[in-house]
Design a protein around this ligand. Structure first.
Ligand SMILES: Cc1cc2nc3c(=O)[nH]c(=O)nc-3n(C[C@H](O)[C@H](O)[C@H](O)COP(=O)(O)OP(=O)(O)OC[C@H]3O[C@@H](n4cnc5c(N)ncnc54)[C@H](O)[C@@H]3O)c2cc1C
Length: 264
């Protein structure tokens, strides 16, 4: 059993989130312990986390938890992962984490073992399904698959949802079970690098949009999200019908608070 950060390091942190106020009002600290971890597909590691605080924890589908995965000197390094599932009775929160190469989040996930402890903060995030939408379009890469599947599974049975998910290879496809009427396209990268906008923007230009007023959720690499947003805007989808959210930035580590680093 090990702690993501030893107590001695925790004590020296200059932590902007020591107090959960401002944008973090409404969140709480979660004292997680790893309950289990396994590879679900070649590039996706599932981690089950337990915490006493989960007994009365609530969240909206699409929301995430922020994990304190490392320290950079006395600066905390946090990474955000979507809540794939929550079992209140069993006090188990599931996250699915992409194995993309290297980074402090990935390193923690690869090393995590049952009994390891890590601090979380949650629930975070503003992107959740719009119940009044006539249809839902979810688009993103594999880092967005947990959010896309969690949101899709939460839709009522009379909903219509189109899912377009770019993944490394066919073996990374995941099954899910949702009451909504769903149409799913998995785009296999087959050796192309992650963060290349070509496939998802081509799909944004082509995807059939049902009649009525729908909502599109665009998640994943920052420039790919921007490109998909531009394509859908050009197709007449209003800003109010779009929920874009950058999860990571190609070639740049996310900032210590877990968001893609901004250009300086
Ligand atoms: C609200 C929110 C929810 C998220 N939910 C999830 C989730 O459920 N599952 C999940 O896996 N990720 C999710 N992410 C994305 C995840 O937080 C980032 O991918 C993060 O960069 C991973 O941290 P790291 O320390 O492993 O890599 P970093 O230190 O941030 O980056 C190191 C290097 O890896 C590259 N990189 C980072 N992420 C990827 C990737 N996915 N594919 C290819 N290259 C990458 C970077 O460009 C950089 O070069 C979410 C992000 C946000 C903001």
């Amino acid at each position: 059993m090990s702690d993501a950060l030893p107590e001695a390091v925790m004590a020296t942190l200059d932590d902007p989130f020591a107090k959960l106020s401002g944008p973090l009002a409404g969140t709480r600290k979660l004292h997680f312990e790893v309950a289990g971890t396994r590879l679900v597909t070649p590039h996706m590691q599932r981690v089950e986390l337990t915490a006493a605080e989960l007994a009365d924890f609530s969240y909206r589908p699409g929301q995430d938890v922020m994990l304190l995965v490392a320290a950079d000197g006395n600066k905390p390094v946090r990474r955000r992962y979507t809540i794939r599932r929550l079992d209140i009775a069993g006090r188990l929160l599931t996250i699915d984490v992409v194995l993309h190469g290297a980074g402090p989040g990935e390193r923690w996930v690869r090393a995590a073992r049952r009994g390891d402890r890590i601090e979380g903060i949650g629930p975070r995030g503003k992107v959740s399904p719009f119940p009044a939408a006539d249809w839902h379009l979810f688009m993103g890469d594999e880092s967005a698959m947990p959010a896309i599947l969690a949101m899709t599974e939460s839709l009522p049975g009379d909903s219509v949802a189109t899912l377009v998910i770019e993944i490394p290879e066919a073996a990374d496809e995941q099954d899910f079970s949702a009451p909504a009427r769903t149409r799913v396209s998995f785009l296999h990268r087959l050796g192309r690098r992650a963060g290349d906008p070509a496939a998802l923007t081509a799909e944004a230009a082509d995807v059939e949009l049902p009649t009525g007023r729908g909502h599109a959720y665009l998640l994943g690499e920052a420039r790919v999200v921007l490109a998909m947003r531009e394509v859908l805007s050009a197709r007449g989808i209003a800003e109010s019908q779009l929920s874009p959210k950058a999860y990571w930035g190609l070639g740049r580590a996310n900032a210590g608070h877990g968001e893609p680093a901004r250009d300086t």
